[in-house]
Design a protein around this ligand. Structure first.
Ligand code: NDP
Length: 508
């Protein structure tokens, strides 16, 4: 009896005939080979064994930070000429489109955690350019908690579970961040605990490079650059209480919103802007341009429009195209370089390394990560687990400038007039800056920006208060002292909120 005969449908296609993993027809997918009717199973039932063994291996390690995410494909389109700033092919002419994949994520939670957690959101985009894959591995916040990469694993651990109780732990979180030398976090803490810390959906939030990059034009002139992607759907946030409620009622609300909007033909889009700064301007700033806890004031460094990012295509398969997507700031193209920001420099190593661990050394060969608009040719990068690209066939396994094996080397343009670094190689502690430098931008946000948005100063104090209420009293004191350096009223309001949140609740 053929497999066709076993279906009720008359229009079954040949390519839907079920097979073994080796491609032979699978006779009985729902039967097991046994001795007689009720006797033991037989080891010779290879399809059962394959099915059980493969099931045991379905899960791959989740990302450590950014485990939980959603993604979609789309395109970037140039709307404004910036060739005076950047010579990359993707910006070569107005109207040019480049296919891309964007993945949004939360940071601290596990893969099944709620979309509405109070957390920064990852906003990573892979551009499949003709000059190779370019990844913008950004967040929905223009700054970050730390500026020294030696603190990164410690900081992320404080967002994870207590090693003993296996619970999220407000003491760990606030203890680390209010330690005096870690209070550079204060600016990011204001954004995290404002309502922007709980975006209503991925479509309703901005993306920012956060880091300073170095872009150059074809003449070799370079600028420091920061990138902003502003949502065209408008900013929309949840209050703390709405976020908590949704975490119970529909924890996948942002995944659902993104997928369903695109499926309905309502493709979300972002307008892309850059800020540029010269080396001379950077030298005059009261902060270092390599300090990830600072923004560039927009009146001095106005936003310049570049293009738009449109997400109009849902993935066909989440695991293949989103879970296996490997974004890394080290994936860059000619004319876009990393700056000396030490957190960015450490990410240049850490992201690709995380993918080698999570997906294997040949993760670039997984279709979603292949530079399909360009090509990969380097037969000295070879072998390793899961090599599936033919391994460059009979090409020699080394590169050498000999007559026999000549390889074409195309110059990658080097930016001219590079910064010159010198100094002793010493352990350097980038501790709190002198005076008010690490606090005044947070104060600007509180006193100038949030003050103009009705209810936002109050929500900030409330959101901090209900969280800090779970921490020890001595840590609460440190929290109040830190926010008092931003604004005394903010600290007083947080104190009231802690008291309210700590008051005994009436029994239901
Ligand atoms: P501006 O008045 O020129 O810029 C204010 C910026 O604040 C806007 O660009 C807007 O960014 C952002 N903003 C508006 N509402 C909120 C909110 N609820 N939470 C966080 N950010 C918000 O002043 P400055 O450039 O001097 O910046 C003042 C403060 O604004 C900074 O200290 C920083 O905290 C924050 N900010 C600044 C950004 C910058 O690039 N300069 C970018 C984002 C925030 P957007 O339109 O991108 O939402």
């Amino acid at each position: 009896m053929s497999s066709k005969d076993k279906t009720n449908s008359s229009d079954v296609r040949e390519d839907r005939v079920v097979t073994t993993v080796e491609g032979a027809p699978l006779n009985e997918p729902f039967a097991t080979q046994r001795v007689g009717k009720h006797g033991p199973l037989l080891l010779q039932d290879a399809s059962l064994i394959e099915s059980l063994a493969h099931f045991n291996r379905e899960r791959i390690p989740e990302r450590n930070p950014h485990a939980h995410g959603s993604g979609a494909f789309g395109y970037f389109e140039v709307t404004d000429d910036i060739t005076d700033v950047c010579g990359s092919g993707m910006f070569s002419k107005v109207g040019k489109r480049t296919r891309c994949l964007t993945r949004f994520s939360t940071v601290g939670g596990e893969k099944g955690s709620a979309d509405t957690a109070r957390d920064p959101r990852g906003f990573s985009t892979k551009f499949y350019t003709e000059e190779g894959n370019l990844d913008w591995v950004y967040n929905n916040t223009p700054i970050f908690f730390i500026r020294d990469p030696s603190k990164f694993p410690h900081f992320i651990h404080t967002q994870k579970r207590n090693p003993q109780t296996n619970l999220k732990d407000a003491n760990m979180f606030w203890d680390f961040l209010t330690t005096p030398e870690n209070q550079v976090c204060v600016h990011q803490m204001l954004i995290l605990f404002s309502d922007r810390g709980t975006p209503a959906s991925y479509r309703h939030m901005n993306g920012y490079s956060g880091h300073t990059y170095k872009w150059s034009n074809k003449k070799g002139d370079w600028h420091y650059v920061q990138v902003h992607l502003k949502t065209n759907q408008g900013i929309k946030n949840l209050t703390n209480e709405e976020a908590v409620k949704l975490a119970g009622e529909n924890p996948d609300c942002c995944q659902q919103d993104l997928f369903e909007s695109i499926a309905k033909g309502e493709a979300p889009s972002w307008t892309v802007y850059i800020q540029t700064m010269t080396e001379a301007q950077a030298a005059k700033q009261p902060f270092s341009v390599f300090d990830l806890t600072k923004v560039w004031p927009q009146d001095e460094f106005p936003l310049r429009r570049v293009g738009k990012l449109v997400l109009n295509e849902n993935p066909l398969n989440y695991f293949a195209q989103v879970e296996q997507a490997a974004f890394a700031p080290s994936n860059t193209v000619p004319y876009q370089e990393a700056s000396a920001d030490p957190v960015l420099q450490s990410r240049l190593f850490a992201y690709a390394d995380a993918h080698r661990y999570r997906l294997g050394p040949n993760f670039n060969q997984i279709p979603v990560n292949c530079p399909y608009a360009s090509r990969f040719f380097n037969p000295a990068i070879r072998d390793g687990a899961m090599n599936v690209n033919g391994n460059f066939g009979s090409e020699p396994n080394y590169l050498a400038q000999s007559n026999k094996y000549t390889y074409l080397q195309r110059d990658r343009p080097i930016q001219q007039h590079q910064e010159i670094w010198n100094g002793p190689a010493v352990p350097y502690h980038w501790a709190t800056s002198p005076g008010d430098v690490d606090f005044y931008q947070a104060r600007n946000l509180y006193q100038k920006v949030l003050a103009k948005q009705p209810g936002q100063q109050r929500n900030l104090a409330h959101n901090i208060g209900v969280h800090v209420a779970g921490a020890r009293p001595d840590i609460q004191e440190r929290v109040l002292a830190m926010f008092a350096r931003v604004d005394k009223k903010l600290a007083a309001d947080i104190k009231k909120e802690i008291r309210l949140a700590s008051a005994p609740k009436a029994k239901l």
